[in-house]
Ligand binder design. Structure first.
Ligand code: KG4
Ligand code: ZN
Length: 336
């Protein structure tokens, strides 16, 4: 079964054709990041306009690269939630038009479910149930993946998402938006023990995250040293920050795995590309004998393959949308 997956929830216009939820026949991503970088973050109105300009070309390229025409496609999957509402609407409207004109089924896909599905592409042996840490620019969740289309969110962030924290710390250190990958590169040249940064104390749920205290600690250290006329060593700060956030993520994930009885673990989302996070979680899983699944780097950030892959499982589960499908800015994974 060939699924065409369309993603436009943030600043990537993406489309992919995936066969049977695992074989990626094409994966086209048109990133708008160079333009948003000028403003230090994603500008929603610009994002929507660029999606509208790019989507037709991106979908055509994905079909061509897969060696397909629309006749070969069995269903059209599209991200409908969560994300920037105007950006989502472009993908949803385009997918509805395509489904109506071709009379193919339309399958609505949740963006976070899509991130989770990337590990099915990279590891065909992975099967639910397992525990997944989803860390992206907008989300930080610990999720029990009960089945291919059923989730329980056991931990979430109380404030910033992990990727947002990476990006804000990066900006403080003078790196361009989105700075996660620059922190990753700088950390390789720095001393991870140069600075002792705070681990948050979150009241209530033991699996919830809070990153704002960590972010503020870095900002204060950098500003205080600037006021004294001393330049902080960027590589050392990047390495210390990365060590700390990797420790926080892995501690909560390991605690949840132990308490909830999971020994199969996955990580997904943009921040799952981070080498420090990957290494720390891999080391902790190895100590405990847990099997760890990490997505290939090319599937960590937003892409259409993850939507086509999840669309396959949603399609098998009978999920369908009609022409009344709307974009939804905020929607829990548990309410699908
Ligand atoms: O999943 P994603 O592409 O978009 C959202 O759904 O939010 O995630 C983007 C986030 C950004 O915050 C970006 O800085 C971060 O992922 N990111 C990284 C790395 N590569 C991307 N963060 C840390 N290290 C990286 N190597
Ligand atoms: Zn994403």
């Amino acid at each position: 079964m060939k699924i065409l997956g369309i993603e436009s929830s943030c600043d990537e216009t993406a489309c992919s054709v995936v066969e049977d939820g695992k074989t990626v026949l094409s994966n086209i991503v048109a990133s708008q990041i160079d333009e948003h970088r000028l403003y230090g973050g994603v500008v929603p109105e610009i994002a929507s306009r660029r999606h509208a300009e790019n989507i037709d070309r991106v979908v055509s390229q994905a079909l061509e690269a897969a060696g397909c025409t629309l006749d070969d496609i069995d269903a059209i999957a599209v991200t409908y939630a969560p994300g920037l509402i105007g950006a989502l609407l472009v993908g949803v409207s385009y997918a509805k038009g395509l489904a109506m004109s071709t009379k193919k089924p339309l399958v609505p896909v949740h963006h976070i479910a899509g991130h989770i599905a990337t590990n099915y592409i990279s590891h065909s042996e992975l099967k639910p149930p397992y525990l997944c840490l989803v860390v992206s620019g907008g989300h930080s969740h610990i999720v029990e993946v009960l089945d291919y289309t059923k989730y329980r969110v056991v931990g979430r962030t109380r404030d910033d998402a992990a990727g947002e924290c990476f990006d804000k710390v990066a900006r403080t250190l003078g790196y361009e938006y989105p700075g996660g990958k620059f922190i990753d590169a700088a950390a390789k040249a720095g001393d991870p023990n140069a600075f002792e940064l705070p681990h948050p104390k979150v009241q209530g749920s033991e699996y919830d995250f809070s990153f704002s205290g960590l972010k503020t600690a870095v900002i204060n250290l950098v500003h205080n040293s600037q006021q004294k006329g001393v330049e902080i060593n960027r590589e050392d700060m990047a390495a210390s920050f990365q060590r700390t956030i990797a420790e926080i993520l892995s501690q909560k994930l390991m605690l949840a795995a132990q308490n909830l009885g999971y020994n199969t673990i996955a990580v997904a989302g943009g921040v799952s590309a981070n080498s420090g996070v990957r290494e720390k979680i891999a080391a902790e899983c190895e100590k405990r004998g847990y099997k760890l699944y990490l997505p290939e780097l090319k599937y960590c950030g937003d892409n259409g393959a993850m939507i086509a892959c999840q669309g396959y499982y949603d399609c098998l589960a009978g999920k369908r949308a009609d022409m009344s499908l709307n974009a939804v800015a905020t929607l829990s994974l548990e309410n699908l």
